[in-house]
Write a protein that binds this ligand. Structure first.
Ligand code: GLY
Length: 598
């Protein structure tokens, strides 16, 4: 050994060792698909040189003083303007939420709900649950016929599909507790966009054209979201929403009462009565969002702050992170066979737990502590083998003593002081129930489909549930939304989230690991191709190109059912604090998503 060390000082022998090491290392690196950094540009060495691990080559946006990453360029612009006026991250968040309700009507909303995760510059964390609730007249069999069979579509489209909206109450509560700027100022940009009009992107135009027939069928006589000349919308057309502007003005003038009482409430209840909906004036008056204790946990040296139930997102994310923590993902490499197996098998087990245990904590006891404990998670690996895929039929929710379309939306904001906001908000499916409140001009959610409408019957995302997530009056439906903030060395490090129904949790999981384990920048991690497994149905969906041909063959040989997705997975809007303290916004090239910094 001593000779070996001495020989290292001899130039000739040193060269031989270097050549030997290089010869051994290169194939290993190629096999492991490790990430290399050369002059600041990350490159993936894969066993298949034609593999492109990214959806696009989009570069991240860098800002020194603040960053807003959202689903729409106008909403991000609004957020940054509020920051530049001296507003903090929560001021910008309120303005962005209302702006998205105008410019991104498929998911931005006042007729839906969502979740806030907030970390102050001093490191205190808060979460607000402004998820919709079942109406007082709701009951567990409300979507079943006399024989107990599900009436197809009733929980997804039309008046009965809506829960009592929570977004406006949520914004009021955030404003009361944290904001610096006057409420009226935060509403004004959205009012301007509604009244002066918003120029449609190609995607927004296509989305509205897609639902044209539903709009006409479900809202006879409506003119909302339809072109006056009856033709299709095109990129560059201007969409004016005068009645929505009036509704926003009532909210601006009266706060909570501008939505849950008075004219807006009267219009909403009248709309419900038109279509045999059951949301009443009492439902609206009673609605209150709730401050909840964040799920906080460690992954290696990082602290994760994420959303507790009634979102399943935070519990599931913590379980996933803890399940993969013991494995050398970095050494194995991004989307190497073993990395994929461990991640897929973790997802299989976690979604089985989700179906069994998760529901509204105001109604059912959710065993959060046990589900995220090391002992419990260790047990969950007992039936795992690298030789063969576990059969989902054999995986049940664990033993403890004692879910779209991509039409949710997420935004991340960091201000100059380091206050950070992660909000995910939704109507559920694209344009929710497709009912527009006559006279008020906004879409209602179809969030009732996120309940388990009958035990074992999958919802629109194929997610299965049971009693814990059965409908009851004023109960909140289970969600997958996973707004998350990460600390490194007690300092703000990352803000993450996405839409995507049941794929939200797994997209957030991958986006975090891409940065923490595989050294990607924020934007690369967002661009990186994604996959998803949710226990049932027992298959792994993947974006075209996410796995090499050889990996596909090898995983199939071990019993994995793999299905390439025609659609993309995830619409991430995330922010990373770089080593020099600047902020990198990573917004998803799969949508109109845009980061704006300053
Ligand atoms: N509506 C999608 C979710 O809350 O997970």
């Amino acid at each position: 050994m001593l000779t070996f060390y001495r020989s290292l000082t001899h130039p000739k022998q040193l060269t031989v060792y270097c050549l030997l090491l290089t010869a051994c290392y290169l194939p290993l690196a190629a096999f492991c698909q490790e990430v290399k950094e050369s002059k600041g540009v990350y490159q993936f060495l894969t066993e298949d040189p034609t593999q492109k691990p990214f959806f696009s080559d989009r570069q991240g946006v860098v800002g020194k003083n603040g960053m807003v990453a959202s689903a729409h360029p106008e909403a991000s612009r609004v957020g940054v303007e509020i920051l530049q006026k001296g507003g903090n991250a929560t001021d910008a968040a309120v303005a962005v939420q209302f702006a998205l309700a105008v410019v991104h009507p498929s998911a931005g909303n006042i007729g839906g709900g969502g979740f806030l995760v907030y970390r102050t510059k001093k490191g205190k964390n808060y979460t607000l649950d402004f998820r919709e609730k079942a109406p007082l007249q709701g009951h567990k069999d409300m979507y079943l016929d006399a024989d107990g069979n599900v009436i197809q579509g009733l929980s997804m489209t039309g008046h009965l599909a809506s829960g009592v909206p929570g977004s406006v109450d949520g914004m009021v509560k955030i404003h009361q507790k944290f904001c610096k700027l006057p409420w009226t100022e935060l509403l004004q940009p959205a009012i301007d966009l509604a009244e002066k009009g918003v120029v449609l992107t190609a995607r927004e135009a296509a989305g509205l054209n897609r639902i044209k027939n539903d709009l006409k069928k479900l809202n006879p006589n409506t003119t909302y979201f339809l072109r006056q000349d009856g033709r299709d919308w095109h990129l560059g057309d201007t969409l004016i929403q005068a009645d929505l502007g009036k509704t926003l003005r009532r909210i601006q003038a009266q706060g909570r009462a501008g939505f849950y009482e008075g004219e807006t409430a009267t219009l909403l209840v009248k709309e419900m009565q038109r279509g045999k909906g059951i949301i009443s004036a009492q439902d609206l008056q009673q609605y209150q969002s709730a401050w909840r204790k964040a799920i906080v946990g460690q992954y290696k040296g990082y602290k994760l702050i994420t959303m507790p139930p009634v979102s399943s997102g935070g519990v599931a994310l913590m379980q996933l992170m803890k399940l993969v923590e013991p494995y050398p993902l970095k050494r194995w490499g991004w989307h190497a066979d073993s990395t994929l197996q461990v991640m897929i098998e973790a997802e299989r087990r976690v979604y089985a737990d989700r179906a069994k245990f998760l529901g509204d904590p105001d109604f059912v006891k959710v065993p959060i502590k046990q589900l995220t404990s090391t002992d419990y998670l260790r047990q969950r690996w007992q039936d795992f083998s690298f030789d063969k895929a576990t059969d989902s039929k054999a995986v049940k929710g664990g033993d403890i003593a004692g879910y779209e379309s991509t039409e949710t939306t997420h935004f991340s904001i960091v201000d100059k002081d380091g206050n950070a906001v992660a909000i995910t908000t939704t109507l559920n499916g694209g344009y929710g129930s497709r009912i527009v409140v006559e006279g008020a001009g906004f879409f209602m959610n179809n969030e009732m489909d996120d309940f388990s409408i009958k035990p074992g019957v999958p919802n629109m995302f194929g997610l299965i549930g049971n009693k814990a997530n059965a409908i009851a009056p004023s109960k909140r439906m289970l969600s997958s939304m996973t707004p998350t903030i990460i600390e490194k060395d007690k300092k703000l490090y990352m803000v993450v989230g996405t839409p995507g129904g049941s794929t939200i949790i797994t997209s957030v999981f991958q986006t975090i690991l891409n940065v923490l384990e595989h050294g990607m920048t924020m934007q690369q991690s967002v661009n990186a191709l994604k996959f998803h497994h949710q226990w049932l149905p027992d298959k792994t969906l993947f974006e075209n190109g996410a796995f090499t041909e050889n990996t596909i063959k090898r995983l199939q040989a071990r019993g994995y059912i793999l299905e390439m997705q025609r659609n993309t997975i995830g619409r991430m809007d995330c922010i990373l604090v770089r080593p020099d303290g600047s902020l990198e916004g990573g917004s998803d090239p799969r949508g109109d998503d845009t980061s704006v910094g300053y």
